[in-house]
Each structure stands twice: as C-alpha cells, then as structure tokens.
Design a binder for this molecule. Structure first.
Ligand code: TXA
Ligand code: MG
Length: 324
C-alpha cells in the first residue's frame, strides 16, 4: 500500500481499518506512530510482530483528550489534571494506574498505562473519527531510528502497511515520559518538554530515572533499551576538531563513507548536515539527518557533541543511545 494523503476519505479508511483490528501508521508531532486499537488484543499483537518488538516493552496509548484518558486510568490525580491541562495536546506522556479495560499486552503486564494526547491535526482527526484509544509505538523496526517522515515509515516497515502522511514531525524526537504512580513524579524518558517546564507547572521537583551517561547501568524504566534509535551507520560523537580529525583519518583508512552532523564545526567536506544551535530546532531535524545520511550509504556518522544545558537533555539522550 502506498502512502496516503490525509484527506477526509483516507482518514475515514484508516479509522475503518483500526475498527477492523488492522494497523495504521499515523503522523504525530513527535514521531510517526504504528497504531492499533488499544482495546483489541489481536490488533496490538500485530504491532509487536511487525516491529519485532519484545513483549516486555509496554506501549503508549494515544487519546483525544483528558476525558478519554480518564476512562483508561484507574485514578486521575490532581497532578495529572494540572499537567494535562498545561501540556495536552502535546509531547508529554503520563504513566498512571490502569483500568481493567486496558489489556495486559499493551502494558507488558504492568499495572500502569502510559497515556498521551497528541497535538498533530491528522492524529487528532483519526482519534476523533475512529473513537478508539490507539496503542502506538514509533513506526520503525525495533532499535532503529524513529520515523519523522512518512517515507521513513515505508522504508522501515514496508509496503503492506497503510501509512497516513502528515508532513515532517515538528518536535522530531519522542515524547517526555513521566510516571505519576508514586508519591514523587518520576521522569522515565526526557523529551522536548523539559524537567524545568514540568517542575514549573507542578511547583515541585522530579525524580529522574533515566540515565544518558555511557554506563551500562540497568534501567528501571521498561523498554529503555540501551541500544536504541540507532541508524544503520556506526555513530560516533566528537568533542573537538582534533578528535574529529582522528575519527576522519581512521574512517578514511578503512575506506568508510563518512557523514557528519555538525552545529558549529566549520569543516568543509562532502555529506555534512549542519543543524541549528537551538535545541528545539535541532531535535526537529536530527532523526531526519540520520535517515538521510543512512540513505546516502554512510558507514560512519560523526556527530558534533551537543551543549550541556538541560534544554538539550532529550536530544542528548537520543544521541547517546544511537551512538552506543
Ligand atoms: O512520542 C512518542 O512517545 C511516540 C509517538 C508515536 O507517540 N511513541 C513512542 O513510543 O515513542 P515507544 O513505544 O517507542 O516508546 C514508549 C516508551 C517505552 O520505551 C516505555 O519506556 C514507556 O514509553 N512506557 C510505555 N508504557 C509504560 C508503562 N506502562 N510504564 C512505564 N513506561 C511505559
Ligand atoms: Mg520507539
């Protein structure tokens, strides 16, 4: 099946496929998702098969609004209300105790469900017409780079899938995941909605459970697999022009085709993608740069190290995982 433009007719077709227990790839503002009716066990099983995703890795359930989220959460604390009012629709996922209606396969057997109301207009139209909660991981094979364009989905998951197009994803990396099941909110995955943004709204500090250092310390957040978001090419980070020169020389010695993703580096070379020194704009273009350099056949992608400030936490996390 080709890529479908988001006409009302095609959105209706997609909604019908979802009602029939089939998969549909849909655009969201973060990355493209591989959606299924979250209440249909066999449909959700198809997500795991097509992605090659291990069953211990729970899925985010996408809803239209707070009202539909509350139907899937066993409790809806004041914190969830405040955060959803501040950031929904948008790139924040909230983990809450689940209702019995949410099948175990969606939550990988956990008693909690991850909920998010996406802001992309095509995702919202689809949710509205289908009238279903949609389980949707990123629409790529397990461990590969998430798709931020409809063609990325087609390249990763093939021609059998119904793909709704929705342009380039604006946020460009996956949502921030926040666990609200305990006394203190816990950040499970950083994203472009930052800890500072969340702490301001809550008027309280977060616990942080992800780690983006280079250690192999076990992660408590399910599915936060160390090697993730990886391009086909080997990805290496450089912190200075001398470090970069060594990596370039080594790559040339091995006859490797080199791609570079730079911010300030003024090197002149073929296959350099220059990204802005602005975390929001960088995030929006980062995965696309990886996809493009992969498509050009690069064996190695050298990436200029990112600034250390907290607004870069989300992108730094993804870069660290893609490079490991
Ligand atoms: O931006 C996004 O979040 C995208 C778009 C499609 O919405 N989706 C996405 O899904 O990134 P996925 O499956 O690639 O990542 C979901 C992450 C998992 O890595 C897992 O850590 C966390 O969400 N998660 C899901 N359900 C959870 C649960 N019940 N408890 C704790 N964490 C959960
Ligand atoms: Mg993913």
């Amino acid at each position: 099946m080709p890529i479908y433009q988001p006409t009302s007719e095609n959105i209706e077709r997609a909604a019908q496929l979802l009602r029939d227990g089939e998969l549909v790839a849909l655009p969201t503002e973060t990355v493209y998702g591989l959606g299924a009716n979250a209440l249909d066990i066999e449909a959700v099983q198809k997500i795991f098969s097509l992605k090659g995703r291990p069953s211990y890795n729970p899925l985010i359930v996408h809803v239209l609004d707070i009202k539909s989220a509350k139907k899937l959460a066993a409790v809806w604390p004041q914190r969830a209300q405040v955060l959803a009012e501040a950031f929904w629709p948008g790139a924040l996922t909230l983990v809450l105790p689940k209702c019995d209606t949410v099948p175990d396969i969606v939550t990988a057997g956990l008693q909690n469900v991850a909920l998010r109301a996406p802001s992309h207009s095509v995702a919202r139209q689809l949710l509205e017409i289908a009238q279903l909660p949609l389980a949707a991981p990123s629409a790529n094979k397990f461990t590969q780079t998430s798709p931020t364009r409809a063609q990325h989905v087609q390249q990763s998951l093939g021609d059998e899938l119904f793909i709704l197009a929705g342009g380039a994803c604006e946020v460009g990396i996956e949502s921030t995941v926040l666990d609200l099941t305990g006394d203190v909110p816990v950040l499970l995955r950083p994203g472009m909605i930052s800890t500072a943004d969340i702490e301001t709204v809550l008027g309280a500090n977060l616990d942080i459970e992800y780690s983006n250092d280079d250690s192999n310390a076990p992660r408590r957040a399910p599915g936060q697999v160390r090697i993730h978001y990886a391009p086909r090419a080997k990805l290496l980070i450089y912190r200075s022009s001398s470090e970069r020169d060594v990596l370039v020389q080594n790559s040339v010695a091995h006859d490797f085709m080199i791609g570079i993703i730079a911010i300030d580096d003024e090197l002149e070379m073929q296959r350099i993608v220059r990204l802005p020194n602005n975390a929001l704009q960088y995030a929006s273009q980062f995965y696309n740069a990886l996809h493009e350099l992969d498509a050009q056949g690069c064996d190695v992608i050298l990436v200029e190290a990112l600034p250390q400030n907290s607004e870069w936490d989300g992108v730094r996390d993804r870069l660290g995982r893609a490079a490991s």
